[in-house]
Design a binder for this molecule. Structure first.
Ligand code: ZN
Length: 93
């Protein structure tokens, strides 16, 4: 089980993405109940994500322009703010 990006990871061309990464997200009890896949294409300012909220479990997708660290996204369902662990290495899934 887990989130799947809305594209075939194997079809990514070298240099097409600035980054694509997958991280577990923890709830307030420090349990890994959520997950995020986050990516940004090189020629775009926005990052896109699919996420399972660690607090309420809702799966959702969205896009965000990150300005300052630490990077945060907001759950569209429970409205909690989720601070992302260090993400912007060039790690590919
Ligand atoms: Zn939520």
């Amino acid at each position: 089980m887990g989130l799947k990006p809305p594209f075939d990871v194997k079809s990514i061309k070298p240099g097409e993405f600035a980054y694509i990464t997958k991280r577990k997200l923890k709830n307030k009890n420090n349990e890994e109940t959520g997950e995020i896949i986050l990516w940004r294409k090189k020629d775009e300012e926005e990052s896109h994500y699919i996420m399972k909220c660690p607090y309420c479990g809702t799966e959702q997708s969205g896009s965000v322009v990150f300005k300052r660290r630490p990077y945060r996204v907001k759950c569209s369902s429970c409205r909690r703010t989720i601070t992302l662990p260090k993400l912007l290495s060039k790690k590919v899934i």
